[in-house]
Design a protein around this ligand. Structure first.
Ligand code: NAD
Length: 447
């Protein structure tokens, strides 16, 4: 770990006298996990390059509020009562209410949720949205839950964190393992407790209770907007390019469908159990309808393709690779084996720092998660705005505004990358961290 107080003392107007200040924080044990270290390493690397005020640098490394809860959860057999651990972390409350998804996953932990909340801060700042970053997680395998169990779990989790969420406070949205049903139950539980309907407490909810058109597809659509921009930069056309997508959920399936609609040849897709590969191109509508009829989360048996493992899928020769499943998929072990020309990150944290360096050395363009998957929070913001105004937009309007914002964010990040001679990830971090720094400076320190 770098030391925020020692790196740029010579250059910074804000240089700190080490005599007057305590030793810099190391990663506190509570949050220390590989994913949190990745987020902090990214921050440290960028902070050093942008000569960030060390006071702000140190402040941004730790989340402002971390809530850890445990609660009893009754299974359908009525006899089994499990103790479930869950989290809600608010990284930064400077810019407005906090905003971020809720994930259900058996490996979720405090460090992971904290890393994700930090990335949400940068993402909102990159897109110029009036939010700070937050994230929630429940440590459970959602595949083991019946619909009734999912509902009970969601309602109890919402009750446990009810004091820290709210439309002006912290607004959850769907993420890995959660969807609009989960958001509807959260909204209902919150509203029951308050005594009146509060649709603004979540985004990504169904249209019937104030959801936005286009929110379900927003993250995938944002990913494809970035793919289109990156193709333009590389003088390549998306039409005719070969595309591989890891993850066939809310983000991956939409990205695959939109890429196919724009004329790309989607040659490989996968989900938890594995994937399917067809060098002549897959019919994504057919894959989707076949997948819906399966009970398991596995694409290997899709009849019109060859079975591949998730690792094999990442190494398929293609023009564009879109990791859209989970974190830590491209590491120093497989980065040299990737055969794509560009990678656009739909998932959060799919690439380790070491892999990033390898891909950079190999001249593989990487469009980073905090830019590429920001379409979700952008349309969540639209949903929040529509809810406040009680004035709802058409799907075309939502999609057009989303594409406009994604394109201009991509252009700004790309321009900064060229200007500073850095990667798109570093430029995106610089833009996000820079905005947060300005907001913190004008607010000052209390008391
Ligand atoms: P999802 O639950 O809808 O889909 C996840 C997909 O990944 C599924 O196809 C699942 O089978 C697959 N998967 C799960 N574990 C896997 C593993 N170990 N190996 C390979 N595949 C695996 O989730 P989602 O909402 O599509 O989220 C996917 C990623 O995108 C996550 O990293 C999430 O944080 C990120 N993200 C989502 C949104 C959003 O709006 N939903 C927004 C921004 C970022």
């Amino acid at each position: 770990m770098r030391d925020p107080r020692n790196t740029n003392e010579k250059n910074s107007a804000n240089a700190v006298d080490p005599e007057l200040h305590p030793a810099p924080i190391e990663i506190p044990l509570e949050w220390d996990t590989p994913m949190y270290r990745l987020a902090v390493d990214q921050l440290d690397q960028t902070a050093e390059q942008m000569n960030l005020d060390p006071n702000i640098w140190e402040r941004l490394r730790a989340p402002q509020r971390s809530h850890v809860v445990s609660f009893p959860f009754r299974r359908d057999d009525y006899h089994t009562v499990e103790t479930v651990f869950a989290y809600r972390v608010q990284h930064m409350l400077t810019m407005g209410p906090t905003k971020g998804g809720l994930r259900y996953d058996e490996d979720v932990n405090l460090g992971e949720v904290t890393a994700l909340s930090m990335w949400m801060t940068w993402k909102c700042a990159i897109m110029n949205l009036p939010f700070g970053g937050a994230k929630g997680g429940v440590r459970i395998d959602p595949h083991t839950l019946s619909s009734d169990e999912l509902q009970r779990l969601t309602r109890r989790y919402t009750s446990e964190i009810i004091e820290v969420i709210g439309p002006d406070r912290d607004i959850p949205a769907p993420d890995l393992g959660t969807d609009e049903r989960v958001m509807a139950w959260m909204m209902d539980t919150y509203s029951q407790q308050k005594g009146y309907a509060v649709p603004g407490v979540v985004t990504g909810k169904p249209i019937e209770i104030g959801g936005s058109y286009g929110r379900r597809e927003a993250t995938g659509r944002g990913v494809i907007s970035c793919v289109t921009e990156a193709c333009r930069d590389q003088g390549r056309s998306l039409a005719g390019s070969s595309v591989v997508v890891q993850g066939f959920g809310a983000v991956g399936s939409v990205a695959a469908r939109l890429a196919a609609e724009l004329g790309a040849k989607v040659i490989g897709v996968s989900s938890l159990g594995g994937g399917t590969y067809n060098p002549n191109g897959l019919d994504i509508d057919a894959v989707e309808s076949w997948f819906k009829q399966q009970s398991g989360d596995d694409l290997r048996d899709y009849p019109d393709g060859d079975a591949v493992s998730n690792q094999e899928l990442l190494e398929l020769p293609c023009d564009i690779l879109i990791p859209a499943a989970i974190q830590n998929q491209i590491t120093e072990k497989n980065a040299a084996a990737l055969r794509c020309k560009m990678m656009v990150e739909g998932a959060n944290g799919p690439t380790t720092l070491e892999a990033d360096a390898i891909l950079n050395d190999r001249n593989i363009l990487v469009v980073p998660d905090i830019l590429a998957n920001a379409g979700g929070v952008t349309v969540s913001y639209f949903e929040w705005v529509q809810g406040v105004q009680q004035f709802f937009w058409s799907e075309e309007e939502v999609n057009r505004k989303l594409i406009d914002l994604m394109q201009s964010a991509y252009r700004a990040v790309d321009q900064l990358a060229k200007e500073k001679q850095v990667t798109l990830r570093t430029a995106a971090l610089m833009r996000g961290i820079g905005r947060v720094k300005q907001a913190k400076h004008v607010r000052g320190v209390f008391p």
